[in-house]
Each structure stands twice: as structure tokens, then as C-alpha cells.
Design a protein. Structure first.
Length: 240
């Protein structure tokens, strides 16, 4: 999985992690795993030549295959993803979704399988050298993401203007064009951007862990997904 920081889950499971041969968990459509996606979070999920790609697309495809299900995607803006899961519009959702206590009030999450740092991205010629230098500056975020959440937390102690954008592409374009002075982004997203004119502060704002969002009432599906993620971990899938 290119450009993603994948970690080994530390929990040691003493029992057998093999997937049982019992019936598949309940899904909205027979034989289909309906997956909500926000297609603007490379390298986890992105579109190329009309096709969804990314390491989370590969992961959910592998999970569905091991459950003898086909994948059907439904596209959403990121801010609508969790509500889509909670309202049973989809079986689950991917797209670099960070696990937070607030989000766990809305949906359940699978075992975490990746982590990334939240960082402040700046032009290379910027005078911003530390986080408090954004006082009075315009700082961009992608609306509804964990980066947006972190900007709200920072506003409690630092006075700056938040500028929200619909996608990561628009966010990085705003920084390059000078419409904002800095942006809050995830490091794996930054690494997927080929732009030598930007940099980021060495000190991360936070570290987050990502998982697959599942409806809180569909415990069977979450359990099956967790079993498969553990199985993949033991096979070395996340070390590729």
C-alpha cells in the first residue's frame, strides 16, 4: 500500500483468528457490500480515469472477497459519510476516517489499520515557523474532516481564520494560489501531493488512527470485518 503509514495492531489475540464458514453478516443487499466513499483523500481513496483506487479501496475489496460479497460504492461528501452509515444508506464507509470519541457516538469502527499525523502545511517561503505563528492568518481545511475538527480545537487557544474547502485538491490549490497562508492536512495526503513549493512544520498537531465505519447496530458485520483485518495482519498484508 503505497504512501500509507501502516502499523501493526498491538492487541494480541490468543484465540484462532481464522474466518469461520458460517453465513455472511447482514448487508443492505444480498451478496453486496455497499460502501460509502469520499473520493478525494489520496492515497487512501481517489479516482483515476473514472475508477476508484487507493489502499483502502484495495482493502475493502479484499475484505468483501473474503466474505463472498461484491462491492458497490456510493459517493458522498466527507461530511455526509458517517450519517450515511448511521442511516443505513450504506453498510460501511471508508476514506481515511479517523477514529474519534465523537464519531464513535454516531457509528462503530473496525480495528484500526493505519495511522497518520495531522500537520500544518505551509509554502516553503512562509514566515510561519511554529504553530502559534498562524495568529491572524488564513488557514484552510477540508470541511467535515478530522483536520476541520482539529482547527476548531486550535481556535480555543490561537486566533486565526478558518477557510473550508470541499476537497483536498481544492485545499492544496488554495495554498498554492495564496488564498490561504497555511492548511491543516494529514501527512499521508501531503505525501501524495507532488509539489516542491510546499513544506510542513516538524511538530505534528495530532496523530490519528483510521478504521472502517459500520452501523452501530450491525455488530455481526463489524465482527466479521475485524476478523478479516486481523487475518490480513497476520498474513503480513499491511506490511506490503
Amino acid at each position: 500500500m503505497k504512501n500509507a503509514v501502516i502499523f501493526s495492531v498491538l492487541l494480541v489475540i490468543s484465540s484462532c483468528a481464522c474466518i469461520s464458514s458460517d453465513s455472511n453478516p447482514t448487508t443492505l443487499k444480498d451478496g453486496i457490500l455497499t460502501v460509502g466513499v469520499f473520493k478525494y483523500v489520496p492515497p487512501a481513496v481517489y479516482e483515476e480515469n473514472g475508477e476508484l483506487k487507493g489502499y483502502e479501496v484495495e482493502l475493502i475489496s479484499e475484505i468483501a472477497e473474503r466474505m463472498d460479497l461484491k462491492v458497490e460504492y456510493k459517493e458522498y461528501m466527507f461530511s455526509d459519510l458517517l450519517n450515511a452509515v448511521a442511516n443505513n444508506e450504506v453498510d460501511c464507509a471508508i476514506s481515511d476516517i479517523a477514529v474519534t470519541p465523537e464519531r464513535e457516538k454516531i457509528v462503530s469502527f473496525s480495528r484500526a489499520y493505519s495511522k497518520t499525523d495531522i500537520i500544518l502545511v505551509i509554502p516553503k517561503d512562509s514566515n510561519i515557523e511554529k504553530l502559534t505563528d498562524i495568529i491572524g492568518q488564513k488557514v484552510g481545511v477540508t470541511a467535515g474532516t478530522i483536520d476541520d475538527d482539529k482547527s476548531s480545537e486550535l481556535l480555543k487557544s490561537i486566533d486565526f481564520q478558518v477557510c473550508r474547502y470541499a476537497t483536498h485538491d481544492e485545499l492544496y490549490d488554495a495554498l498554492e494560489s495564496g488564498n490561504v497562508d497555511a492548511i491543516i492536512s494529514e501527512e499521508n495526503n501531503f505525501e501524495s501531493v507532488q509539489n516542491s513549493s510546499i513544506n510542513y512544520l516538524d511538530e505534528p498537531i495530532a496523530t490519528v488512527y483510521c478504521g472502517i465505519a459500520v452501523n452501530k447496530d450491525n455488530k455481526e458485520l463489524r465482527s466479521k470485518i475485524n476478523d478479516i483485518i486481523l487475518e490480513l495482519e497476520q498474513e503480513g498484508y499491511f506490511n506490503q
